[in-house]
Design a protein around this ligand. Structure first.
Ligand SMILES: Cc1cc2nc3c(=O)[nH]c(=O)nc-3n(C[C@H](O)[C@H](O)[C@H](O)COP(=O)(O)OP(=O)(O)OC[C@H]3O[C@@H](n4cnc5c(N)ncnc54)[C@H](O)[C@@H]3O)c2cc1C
Length: 458
């Protein structure tokens, strides 16, 4: 019977396990290893003062139905959806609604923005030489493109906080090709940004029905249900410290340095973040390790407060541009946005701190972070909030990959560099997309690669 080792029991590794089981049935032995004490990785549902909260990912984009399908497959569907409330954005100290109809904050018509950035938006300059905005296959940073066309204010006040809400990164560092693929496509044949935004919006039809959803029982429950459906008993608290090819497959060294355990497998799915992946690759594929390991990450902290009474505005939350000078970068009014998580007589708010390259704010201890987050929230709302009845801080050191320009080419080179090791597949947020749907798909793709190789070998 073939034996596949999956390193990392985040949603990518779990999805790989489920797909392998579905394709190979009882004909495959799957060992799922994780260095932490639980499955799910960045899917982490917790509790504070009797309230259930998501302490990692909290909202799944449904444009790709793969997560809704996965939840249904493991008996956890249908997903629940957020209440149809507006989100705000802090501009000049005041909270205005996030303008509608933009592409991650990039409008087709900057003059049509009201309240957010219009006074500062430069009209788009006519192209000096008619031709595409971006040369074919020449990835650039989102910020560079939008600043050159619409000026700084739209980037600083809209694009940056919206992108930051997903990547905790800055528009000036993030790849256009990865973060806005439809716009990247359009920019290679349109000569104005307005035209490219319109073309990208045309090519990306709106999702019918709610755009976001989550598993009612929490995303940790999804992770556990996927492990159960894959019929694997994860081996937890077990770091994989070494990986080496053998004449027949792979040898992993797992466990502590004092008590290392060898584990042999026919194939391996490496579903860990870039740095641990690079450490495991470096012994036999140093060039691939270098391509993978160069990926940088943003660290963030999530502060969840449970406040007495009904003290939050009727909105889903707000985003805070870096230029506003607050430590918090976003707030989600959890009980308002997600009615299934509301607790009578309480107000739940999740505040995120930490942007790419700004780690000083995260050096504070938990109490200081809670105090800072609460003070910032009070300042944005313009009222002193009551003392929380409960609070929690969840830190994600190196939590969110920062896909810079050229990311896709780098990952293609890394995968090509593994051609002589076809029974090793890379999966996870380091490669094919940060969102949970992309991670599920990368786990499936890794499993398909391995399945093909095992079929050929037997
Ligand atoms: C705070 C936060 C909020 C987010 N919000 C959203 C959201 O709302 N919607 C959305 O779609 N996405 C969101 N994301 C992104 C998404 O959650 C992640 O990209 C995704 O869950 C990553 O899954 P993964 O399996 O690739 O990696 P991970 O979840 O990081 O799993 C990797 C696993 O590998 C294990 N591991 C690492 N090294 C080793 C080793 N040497 N040996 C054994 N095990 C090892 C780790 O313990 C971990 O369990 C968010 C991310 C964060 C951090």
């Amino acid at each position: 019977m073939a034996h596949v080792a999956i390193v990392g029991a985040g949603i990518s590794g779990l999805s790989a396990a489920l797909r392998l089981r579905r394709r190979l049935g009882a004909g495959v032995r799957i060992t799922l290893l994780d260095q932490s004490g639980r499955v799910g990785g960045k899917l982490a549902t917790g509790e504070v003062a009797g309230a259930r909260v998501e302490q990692g990912a909290e909202s799944i984009l449904l444009r790709d139905p793969v997560v809704a399908e996965l939840a249904a497959e493991v008996g956890l569907g249908p997903l629940v959806h957020p209440a149809p409330l507006a989100a705000g954005i802090v501009v000049g100290g005041r909270t205005v609604p996030v303008p509608r109809g933009t592409l991650m904050g990039i409008p087709a018509d900057p003059a049509a923005l009201d309240g957010t950035a219009p006074a500062y938006a430069l009209p788009e300059p006519a192209p000096v030489t008619p031709g595409p905005l971006v040369a074919p296959a020449a990835d650039i940073a989102v910020g560079a493109l939008v600043r050159s066309r619409y000026g700084d204010e739209i980037v600083d006040r809209l694009v940056d906080p919206l992108l930051g809400g997903v990547y905790a990164g800055r528009a000036d560092d993030l790849s256009l090709a990865v973060t806005l693929p439809a716009l990247y496509e359009a920019a290679q044949h349109e000569s104005t940004l307005s035209g490219a935004v319109r073309a990208a919006q045309r090519d990306t039809p709106a999702v019918g029905g709610p755009a976001f959803g989550v598993v009612a029982g929490g995303l940790s429950a999804l992770a556990e249900a996927v492990a159960a459906a894959a019929d694997v008993t994860p081996r937890l608290d077990l770091p994989v410290r070494e990986l080496a090819p053998t004449p027949d497959g792979w040898r992993l060294t797992v466990g502590s340095t004092r008590d290392p355990e060898p584990l042999d497998a026919d194939a391996v799915v490496l579903a860990v973040p870039a740095r641990p992946a690079a450490r495991l690759l470096t012994g036999f594929a140093p060039a691939v390790a270098a391509e993978v390991g160069v990926l940088d990450y943003a660290s963030i902290a999530l502060v969840t407060l449970v406040l007495p009474g009904d003290v939050l505005p009727e909105a889903s939350g707000f985003l805070v541009p870096a230029t506003e000078g607050y430590a918090i970068k976003a707030a989600t009014f959890v009980g308002r946005k997600w009615p299934h998580l509301a607790v009578p007589g309480r107000s739940l708010v999740r505040l995120s701190l930490g942007r790419y390259g700004e780690t000083r704010v995260l050096q504070r201890d938990d109490d200081e972070l809670v105090a800072l987050a609460r003070a910032d929230l009070s300042a944005v709302l313009g009222e002193r909030l009551p003392t929380p009845v409960g609070s929690t801080v969840r830190r994600w050191g190196g939590g969110l990959p920062q896909y810079g320009p050229g990311h896709l080419d780098r990952i293609a080179r890394a995968r090509a560099g593994l051609a002589e090791h076809p029974t090793l597949a890379l999966a996870g947020a380091a490669y094919d997309g940060v969102g949970v749907p992309a991670c599920v798909r990368s786990g499936y793709a890794a499993a398909d690669t391995i399945t093909g190789e095992l079929h050929d070998a037997h």
